[in-house]
Write a protein that binds this ligand. Structure first.
Ligand code: C5P
Length: 319
């Protein structure tokens, strides 16, 4: 049905971290992690079109998003061109348009999910027939969160975040998400600061890694996910990077504290390296009420607020 189509429109959902534990720092400069990643229905739309000249063109409706090689979207297309030179030569170039809804530099994997959509879209456009695993492996060469974004849902991620194991799906858990538009946190800064402040985490041997992995605390939240118990999940949220981001950014701390006092809020946490903060809420009406309360408590136009929910998929072809 999709054969020979010249363009695709894809939905690229954001993720939140229900759990992020840093096990230690690795010889390659990355950190060994245990994360639980969850797709949410806040999504960008990526349009991919075959064009006759052999170039990669990127457009985005968001002024802060670069359209050159520094954009992961561009790099994903370039990777496909170098990995599949015959298809590139046969089908010509690609034009990619990104319609941004996900806040940028927010800890929500906005750039990663866009790149995942480009890998999926070009696979379709060029009829490559890649498997999900092959697409995830290509994605891992560009960024640690990209493999998760391909299939999305709920998953536990280890290694530097690219090794995935699916968890039971969590659908329709309501979330309020808050992000200061002008506050962007660099992920390398967050990890580097963590390493500097809570040092002595260098993983020396595989035995050392195994011992540390055995001491991770993710078991209880995994159990809550298996039981699909939103209240229990919310109680077990965890993010080690809060230890460096919250003290450096009092307004993020303030959001965490405000959320925590609201009726209907089951739990609250920063996502990824921040500065997005989310709260798990009992019901949609309560989520709307919490959003309204935060809007009134912080009457600052710079604060973006979303009511969203957990979903069970990653990249999808738009209907
Ligand atoms: O993999 P990705 O390019 O998304 O990672 C961005 C940065 O985040 C890395 O350059 C590194 O500084 C930090 N990072 C890390 N350990 C991880 C994942 C990311 O230190 N597991």
């Amino acid at each position: 049905m999709f054969l020979n189509m010249r363009s695709y429109s894809l939905i690229a959902p954001a993720k939140i971290n229900l759990y992020l534990e840093i096990i230690g720092d690795r010889p390659d400069g990355y950190h060994e992690l245990v994360m639980i990643l969850q797709s949410i229905d806040l999504a960008d739309r990526i349009n991919i079109r075959a064009i006759s000249d052999e170039t990669i063109r990127v457009h985005c409706n968001h002024p802060q998003v670069p359209t050159d090689k520094t954009n992961l979207v561009y790099r994903a297309a370039e990777l496909m061109a170098t990995q599949f030179p015959e298809a590139w030569a046969k089908h010509g170039g690609v034009e990619i348009t990104v319609e941004k809804n996900i806040p940028v530099a927010a800890g929500l994997a906005g750039g990663s999910t866009n790149a995942a959509a480009v890998l999926v879209g070009i696979d379709l456009l060029w009829n490559l027939g890649l498997t999900q695993t092959e697409i995830e492996e290509l994605g891992a060469t560009l960024g640690s969160d990209i493999p998760f974004c391909v299939a999305g849902g709920t998953a536990i991620a280890t290694g530097r975040g690219e090794q995935l194991a699916p968890l039971p799906n969590l659908d329709h858990i309501y979330i309020v998400l808050a992000k200061y538009r002008s506050l962007e946190i660099s992920t390398p800064w967050a990890y580097k600061t963590y390493r500097q402040e809570f040092g002595h985490t260098y993983i020396k041997t595989t035995e050392d890694l195994a011992a540390r992995a055995a001491a991770v605390h993710s078991g209880e939240i995994v159990k809550a996910i298996v039981h699909k118990d939103a209240a229990e999940i919310a109680q077990k949220l965890h993010n080690d990077l809060e230890r460096v981001v919250l003290p450096a950014h009092p307004q993020v701390m303030q959001l965490r504290e405000l959320f925590a006092t609201q009726p209907g809020v089951l739990g609250t946490m920063m996502s990824g390296s921040g500065p997005s903060v989310f709260a798990i809420i009992e019901s949609e009406p309560q989520a709307q009420a919490v959003k309204q309360y935060i809007r009134e408590a912080i009457p600052n136009e710079d604060l973006e607020l979303f009511v969203t929910r957990t979903i069970t998929h990653g990249i999808q072809i738009a209907s």
